[in-house]
Design a protein around this ligand. Structure first.
Ligand code: B12
Length: 221
């Protein structure tokens, strides 16, 4: 198995089952300087965009510890463990989607890697799972990677109205300045995701939904 396949399999075994190879030069050309990725001394290092579906939730609940932002910490531990298993001794740099301040434009990375289309409502839409995915990290490894990006995914938009009206309604209440404001109006933003007909069978369960939009610890049971 090559290094990419070994790392992707190790991540999938830990609940991070979405991955795609990322062409770092193409990503770097698309983002502001502060969001560029480390090259680890190579022109085009091996890089993966990593995400998950709702399948992560039961694994997370089973492994969760009492700590602030437990899902983010869980993701950090699982990525570290997968890399220790599948890429021991290989230099790496990891950029998490939850890093604050933001270190990676992960939706652009997912689009460039052909993992998920970036829709007009700012949701990343996977061909199978629709918008019911989370994007977690970009991993850069000290090995050779893609020098060219694959052709972009065709837009998966299959409906006439799409997410437009729900997005307009959410915008009318104002773009949340951050998580606190998102919490106040989260049902409006949930409606944007629910408007997408792609991947409806993969919608998150109620507790997972509530936690993602509100970070309400009560949703952890
Ligand atoms: C900041 C942020 C937000 C802010 C965005 C405010 C803003 N004006 O940028 C707020 C709080 C509004 C927000 C809301 C939500 N977010 Co958000 N967010 C992020 C975060 C942490 C950083 C975005 C960023 O600055 N990127 C860097 C800049 C430079 O990239 P950019 O390409 O120039 O701009 C992107 C974003 O800024 C965003 N954006 C820009 N302008 C606007 C305007 C509006 C109205 C919105 C909603 C977004 C938005 O879209 C751009 C394309 O990627 C990302 C994770 C990440 N590291 O990217 C998650 C992320 C984009 N969010 C995500 C999600 C799921 C949501 C929510 C659905 C709530 C939730 N947590 O479940 C809501 C509603 C979004 C929707 N479209 O329905 C997911 C997307 C997954 C997917 N399938 O699409 C991400 C990838 C996090 C993750 N772990 O998966 N988010």
């Amino acid at each position: 198995m090559d290094l990419y396949a070994a790392v992707a399999a190790a991540l999938a075994g830990r609940g991070l089952e979405l991955a795609a190879p990322l062409c770092v030069p193409a990503y770097d050309a698309a983002v502001a300087e502060a969001l560029r990725l480390p090259r680890l001394g190579r022109a085009a290092p091996l890089a993966l965009v990593v995400g998950n579906t709702r399948a992560l939730w039961p694994r997370f609940l089973a492994a969760r510890r009492a700590e602030p932002d437990p899902l983010d910490r869980f993701v950090e531990r699982e990525v570290a463990a997968a890399l220790a298993d599948a890429a021991p001794g290989i230099a790496r740099a990891v950029r998490f989607a939850h890093d604050a301040p933001v270190t990676v434009a992960i939706q652009r990375a997912a689009a460039i890697a052909g993992l998920a289309h970036l829709s007009a409502s700012h949701l990343s839409v996977h061909p199978t799972y629709g918008p019911w995915i989370a994007l977690r990290a970009v991993i850069v490894l000290d090995a050779d990677g893609l020098t060219e990006a694959p052709p972009p995914l065709p837009p998966p938009c299959v409906c006439a109205t799409g997410c437009g009206p729900a997005f307009a309604a959410a915008l009318a209440a104002g773009v949340p300045s951050g998580e606190a404001e998102l919490r106040e109006r989260w049902r409006l933003w949930l409606a944007v995701r629910d408007a997408c007909p792609v991947g409806r069978a993969h919608r998150y369960g109620e507790a997972q939904l509530r936690y993602h939009y509100t970070k309400d610890p009560a949703a952890l049971g």
